[in-house]
Design a protein around this ligand. Sequence first.
Ligand SMILES: Cc1cc2nc3c(=O)[nH]c(=O)nc-3n(C[C@H](O)[C@H](O)[C@H](O)COP(=O)(O)OP(=O)(O)OC[C@H]3O[C@@H](n4cnc5c(N)ncnc54)[C@H](O)[C@@H]3O)c2cc1C
Length: 382
Amino acid sequence: MERKILASEELRIFRDTVREIIKSQIVPEYEKWEDARMVPREAWLEAGRQGWLCPEASEEFGGMGASLLYTVILTEELYYHGVSGFFIPLHNGIVYPYIDRFGTPEQKKKWTPGCVSGETILALAMSEPGFGSDIAHLTTEARRDGDYYVLNGSKTFISNGQLADLFVVAVRTDPKAEPAHRGISLILVDSNCKGFSRGKNLDKVGFHAQDTSEIFFEDCRVPVANLLGKENEGFKYLMQNLQQERLVLAIGAAAAAAGSLDLTVEYVKTRHAFGQPLSKFQNTRFKLAEAAARVSLAQSYLDDLIVRHLNNEKLVKEVSIAKYWITETQFQVADDCLQLFGGYGYMREYPISRYFVDARVQRVYGGSNEIMKELIARELGL
Ligand SMILES: Cc1cc2nc3c(=O)[nH]c(=O)nc-3n(C[C@H](O)[C@H](O)[C@H](O)COP(=O)(O)OP(=O)(O)OC[C@H]3O[C@@H](n4cnc5c(N)ncnc54)[C@H](O)[C@@H]3O)c2cc1C
């Protein structure tokens, strides 16, 4: 399928290079990274050298001032090849935009070069043990003390939590705010800050190369200069950036579904049962035809959304639909494909098993799919 938005010569060359490096350098190492439950820092630094990290950052601060389409391509290629635990999409497309949109020139000058080189890995810390979906009621507090905020509390399920050097942390700066979401701010916390600590790397069902952690703040003193934007406006900023976060997750989901499909199309041609290749059974053909239909529809819908997102349109309903439906599709396609691999599909050495386990979390994080349906219903006026 010709995809007009990504058809320029420059983007094609970028995709070809990314694909080649993923196939030759990342895929062969990925099982080791999964076993280590972490992507090595050297891989992040190499990604920086390749120009893969925050290409959208302005040239003034060490980036390339490139369009979001570069991160779209990186996201698609990582998910398509089943190596999405190298969470560059989170770094580029989800966390850095907070610094880019709401950071002061001083903050950008201080941190952007490291974000581009891979020396400063980013994470976003919203979820808490008691509050995940209900983010408006988060309790990690940041009390003002002169030129510092003093942070106390904890966050959980934080992607890149073991490796990250800089966290965008959602905190409560006004405990009396009514409604509660008006008392939230975003603060940049350097992992070297005294009073900051990490819990263990959490043991997950899948998405194994991605380190996910609890983090703790115990009288952690952060300079007021690390506040992003204005005090108590954090919830508004989160809502503004969630459009891109959900779009990036949906883009990854469609690419992963396409990856599962292509892998399975090849397998069913070579595996035989009852004297013929699996590809000749009607069930196989129908399942893969259904998957192809889902993947194509997801892709077309997303391509339209990417263009509209780049035109700064507000797309709450559309992006919620994309995140909900395409992550469900990713899971359904991976499940149907795994079934066609039979017992081999359940073995870790067969990559289809990884597409399956990695798909599951996509329906939970980034705003669970139930929350997406709530948002869609609200937009319907219900
Ligand atoms: C691997 C992984 C990585 C993650 N990475 C990050 C990260 O980097 N940063 C971060 O901040 N968080 C991260 N999260 C957290 C994730 O965003 C939350 O798990 C998610 O928002 C759900 O919150 P919860 O786990 O507290 O579930 P809960 O909010 O307790 O929800 C439990 C169930 O109830 C449903 N539910 C809740 N409210 C409603 C409602 N109003 N209507 C209908 N159903 C509802 C939910 O959909 C869900 O099915 C990550 C999670 C995982 C598993």
